[in-house]
Design a protein around this ligand. Structure first.
Ligand code: MN
Length: 333
């Protein structure tokens, strides 16, 4: 971790671009908003940018309306701070070049397979990028955190730990959570938005997906396949599929939950075919699913990983199960 370098970049600059990976999740957004509030406390100017829509689950966060889908033309930044992003290809292809962005500072907690950025603050043991932002805030002398930073950072921690349940939850995680509540965060407002604000269409889609769950490898692997027709039948959207992989892991005896869903390629993915398949993986603890994800071109953590495959659903299922089999210790004959 080069916290000191990041501190130096921030202290010596005045205007910063803050961004995070495409299709942002609550940790990416919450970390960005928390960092923004910290920088404002220091009298810095910030522009918040993400090309993609903000997830409904974090629409309640203070300051979320400041995130813009494009960068104001003509602006130049002293540095660009990028949260929760482990690889260059998780940023839009049309990312501002160095003369505009300035040095790029990565603030992240993923295992990186494609290290990019001029300064990297990476803590792979952190339960969320949000806690790395807190480390940075303290190194910058911002302590205690302002309430505008505490709310999004707490939300990011809650989301990435599944409500302080996952294996990455440590005594320090809970101590920091408590500190953020001390600053005035409303825990139920956060939890109800993050976990219990589903549109009816999403719940209907979950019903269809659960009905179609299959198991393989003598019940050790659950597979949820969500073809585009299923999403349309539920009246849902592609984004609503996210997170449903966790239901496969609820089955007793399942060690790996695999979810595959079809998604229309975006305009900057024209090198892919008609549909591309998204893969989401969850481990119950024994299997390192990031190995499976990396083998098919993705990444992630030991317990949660994912990838985008340029195969159709059927071919993707076959390819992924081959890798899951290897991870479980099955050898091909
Ligand atoms: Mn995260």
């Amino acid at each position: 971790m080069s916290l000191e370098e990041a501190v130096e970049v921030i202290e010596s600059g005045q205007t910063f671009l803050l961004t995070c990976h495409v299709l942002p999740d609550p940790d990416a957004i919450g970390s960005m908003l928390g960092l923004s509030a910290v920088l404002k406390t220091l009298g810095k100017e910030v522009v918040l940018y993400n090309r993609d829509p903000i997830p409904e689950t974090v629409a309640f966060l203070t300051g979320v309306e400041e995130i813009r889908p494009s960068i104001p033309p003509g602006m130049r930044f002293d540095a660009t701070l990028i949260t929760d992003t482990a690889a260059r290809n998780l940023l839009p292809r049309a990312f501002p070049p160095k003369p505009i962005s300035g040095p790029r500072v990565i603030i992240d907690h993923h295992v990186a397979h494609d290290e990019f950025g001029d300064v990297v603050v990476r803590d792979v043991n952190a339960c969320a990028t949000a806690t790395v932002v807190v480390d940075l805030a303290r190194a910058l002398g911002v302590n205690p955190l302002p309430p505008e930073a505490a709310q999004p950072l707490y939300t990011a921690m809650v989301a990435d730990t599944g409500g302080f349940r996952y294996a990455g939850t440590t005594p320090d995680t809970l101590r920091l959570g408590a500190e953020l509540l001390d600053v005035g965060v409303d825990p139920w407002r956060v939890a109800s938005n993050v976990f219990e604000s589903w549109p009816m269409e999403r719940l209907r889609l979950l019903g269809f997906a659960i009905n179609a769950i299959e198991t393989e490898f003598t019940g050790r692997v659950a597979i949820l396949c969500v073809p585009r027709a299923m999403i349309l039948r539920a009246g849902a959207t592609e984004r609503m599929v996210e997170g449903m992989v966790e239901y496969g892991r609820m089955i007793k005896g399942v060690e790996v939950s695999v979810m595959l869903w079809e998604r229309k390629p975006r305009s900057d993915e024209t090198d892919y075919g008609q549909l591309i398949t998204r893969l989401s993986l969850r481990s119950a603890g024994k299997v390192d699913v990031s190995e499976v994800a990396v083998a098919v071109g993705g990444g992630g953590h030991r317990a949660a990983a994912g990838a985008t495959l340029s195969y159709d659903l059927r071919a993707a299922r076959e390819r992924v199960l081959e890798e899951v089999g290897k991870a479980l210790g099955f050898r091909e004959s």
